[in-house]
Structure formats: C-alpha cells, structure tokens
Design a protein around this ligand. Structure first.
Ligand code: NAD
Ligand code: UFG
Length: 354
C-alpha cells in the first residue's frame, strides 16, 4: 500500500480496476499489464463480456496470476471486503458505472444507485482497508455548456443536462470532501473527452449493446453494413461546417494516461486530489469524423442531416497543458489512426464479443 510501489511496479504491485472488462477499462488493463503491474478486475459484466478479459490475456501474454477477475458489483460490500482482504491493493482505478446519457434520463434511480451509491460503497470499504489511492473516470460533461474554449481544469463546472452527468459531478465533489476530511493518499480525477478507437491488435474495442448512442460506434456499424446511414445531429451549429465539434482521443492514449497518473502519484510526496483533462486539444466536426472513417475503411459512409439532439453542445475540446506539464502525458494518435484502429476491431468483430 505504499505510493512508491506504484512508480516502479513489481509483479506484486496490485491495481484494482473496477469496470475492467469494459471499453476503457480493458485497454487500461493491457497498459497496466504491459507496464508490469498486477491487475485485479471487479466487473459485474452488465455492459461487457468476460471474453474481453481473455483477449487482454492474449494481447499481453500475462501469467494467469497477473490478471485476476471477480465477477460482481461495486455495490457488494462483502465482495469488496473479500477482495481487499485477499489482495494487497496499492491503488484503485474506478471505471465501473453505467454510461448511457439518454438512458440515464429514463432510469435516473438506477444511475444514481449504481454510479453514485456504488462509488460511496467502494470508497467506504477502500478506506476501511487503508487503500487511499484512487483514479476516477470523470468526464468533460462536468463542464456543462462551456463559455470558453479550450476547456482547462480551472474552468468552472457547469450544470450537467442529465443524471449521468450529475453522477460524475457529484462523485467528484464526494472525492474532494473525502480528501479534505481525511487527507491520505492521492485521488486523481481524470476528465475524459471523447474516447474512440481500439487496440491495434483488433482484439479488443468498444462493443455497444443495441443501437449505438455515440458517433464513432454508429459510423463503424454503417461502415460494416449493419446500419444504412449515419444521422448527423444538426448542421446549424456555429462551427466551420455547422456540425458539432468534439475532442476525440484514442482509447490507448487515454489508457496510458491512467498509468502516467499512477506513476505521478508515486512521485508525489504529499496527499493530494488533482484534476486532469485527457484529450488531444484538437476539435473535429461530425463531418470530419465521417471523412476520416471513410479514409480508414476505404468506402463511402452515407449520412443524413437530422435535427439537433437534445442536450448536445456545439463545441467541446480540451486544453491538456496540465496533463503534459504535471503527468508528462500527451496524446499521440491522430483522428485517422483512431478510425483505422476502430475499423480493424469492427471489421474483425462485426458482432463484438458475441
Ligand atoms: P463500459 O460500459 O464499457 O465500462 C464500464 C464497465 O463497468 C462495464 O464493463 C460494466 O459491466 C461495468 N459495471 C457497471 N456497473 C458496475 C457495477 N456496479 N459493478 C461492477 N462493474 C460495473 O464504459 P467505458 O466507456 O469503458 O467507460 C468507463 C468509465 O469511463 C465509466 O465510468 C464512464 O462513465 C467513463 N467515461 C466514459 C466516456 C466514454 O465516452 N466512453 C467518457 C467519459 C467518461
Ligand atoms: N452525433 C451525431 N450522430 C450520432 C451520434 C452523435 O451526429 O449518431 C454527434 C453529436 O451530436 C455530437 C458528436 O456527434 O456533436 C459526438 O457525440 P457522441 O454521442 O459521440 O459524444 P458526446 O460528446 O455527446 O458525449 C460523449 C459521451 C458522454 C461524455 C462526453 C464527454 O457519450 O458520456 O462524451 O466525455 F460525457
């Protein structure tokens, strides 16, 4: 449980990854295992498959004991106690949660219960076992509809437009309060912009259930012939081509940001809570994404302009200066590479892990 273990991992330096069978979690497991960490995954498989972790084993060729999987929920206090008793956890990377923005407005209780209450249970049990180092998956959604762009960490938080966004903002507040009341260890809040892409092996990637909510998984399904055309949600935004602009970041770059956060914790000599944006610092429009995907897959992607989607903002992209200055991290992959890796995953696995 020492911070210094995190910087120079041995085969015993152990990270609990909640939600580790999911999209970002599985890519982070690969980077952790490649970096020499031992990984314990806790995932209830509510939005993922155990097959994904088998693929992580294949990619990393890890020893069986380097990647341990518990199927269960962060809401299960007894299971958490068991995990913290059985394994000496040096830090937690907390991905577990539901993430569908639209669904969160239809099922707010489920979202507050799973994401918010689940995090309270996790933090309570972790503190009881003196595990105080935590990296949390926050989101650019906490900035709301921003007044200034690019978004830096000191921009004021906005009002989220949906329960999912509220859970992220509320959990951030809980973590600040927890640190203030009992300043032990390091808490890092990572505000992700728009993660896309897949591992270069084509073995792991994003596997949405049903109709994809997010742009790139939808574009990928059109490219592979599962859907007819992309609906472009509005072309009358105040942007260069009228479509929404976002900061798309390769999921492998994002995963590496988590490893950098652990290394930084190890070299930080005092307890802390810090926020970092993880993006590329570049905005791309919906039409630019479609064009990049066409280049990656070598075929046209039909699209139709539709009305704006409720709750969407015009433009969001990050200033990632703090992550570079403090963590020594910056994104390395461009949009075409993100689309190429997405396409490799999608075309090799048209039905995801099924
Ligand atoms: P994902 O759905 O692929 O992964 C989340 C994982 O958590 C899934 O494997 C799911 O089965 C698991 N899970 C859900 N509830 C659980 C519970 N109670 N106990 C244990 N496991 C549980 O999503 P993702 O895209 O990998 O996102 C990971 C995290 O990053 C989430 O917290 C998400 O809100 C956050 N985030 C995602 C994005 C994005 O665009 N993908 C953007 C910003 C933040
Ligand atoms: N879009 C389309 N058609 C689609 C889907 C999306 O035109 O079928 C547009 C949207 O209007 C937006 C852009 O593509 O302009 C990106 O939309 P996404 O749904 O892919 O991503 P969002 O920026 O809306 O939201 C995502 C996650 C949130 C997270 C946020 C910031 O879904 O959970 O990024 O990290 F909070």
């Amino acid at each position: 449980m020492t911070l210094s273990n995190l910087g120079k991992p041995t085969a015993e330096t152990c990270i609990l990854v909640t939600g580790g069978a999911g999209y970002i979690g599985s890519h982070t497991c690969v980077e952790l295992l490649n970096g020499g960490y031992k990984v314990v995954v806790l995932d209830d498989l509510s939005n993922s498959s155990a097959v994904c972790l088998e693929r992580v084993r294949k990619i990393t060729a890890c020893e069986p004991e380097q990647l341990i999987f518990f199927e269960g929920s962060i809401l299960d206090e007894a299971l958490l106690n068991h995990i913290f008793t059985q394994h000496t956890i040096d830090a937690i990377i907390h991905f577990a949660g539901y993430k569908a923005v639209g669904e969160s407005t239809e099922k707010p209780l489920e979202y507050y219960w799973n994401n918010f209450a689940g995090t309270l249970v996790l933090c309570k049990v972790a503190r009881e076992h003196q595990v105080n180092n935590l990296v949390f998956s926050s989101s650019a959604t906490v900035y709301g509809d921003p007044e200034t762009i690019p978004l830096s960490e000191d921009c004021p938080k906005g009002t989220p437009t949906n329960p999912y966004g509220h859970t992220k903002s509320m959990i951030e507040q809980v973590l600040f309060d927890l640190h203030a009341s009992d300043p032990h260890g390091c808490i890092v809040l990572l505000r992700y912009f728009n993660p896309i892409g897949a591992h270069v092996s084509g073995l792991i990637g994003e596997d949405p259930k049903g109709i994809p909510n997010n742009l790139v998984p939808y574009v990928a399904q059109v490219a592979v012939g599962k859907r007819e055309h992309v609906g472009v949600f509005g072309d009358d935004y105040p942007t260069t081509d009228g479509t929404g602009v976002r900061d798309y970041i390769h999921v492998v770059d994002l995963a590496r940001g988590h490893v950098k956060a652990l290394e930084w914790m190890a070299n930080t000599d005092k307890a802390c809570v810090e926020v970092f944006n993880l993006g590329t610092g570049t905005g791309s429009s919906v039409l630019e994404v479609i064009k990049a995907y066409e280049q990656a897959c070598g075929k046209p992607i039909p699209y139709r302009v539709q009305p704006r989607r409720a709750g969407d903002i015009a433009v969001s992209y990050a200033s990632c200066e703090k992550a570079l200055r403090v963590l020594g991290w910056e994104a390395s992959f461009d949009l075409v590479r993100m689309c190429e890796d997405s396409w490799r995953w999608q075309s090799n696995n048209p039905d995801g892990y099924r």
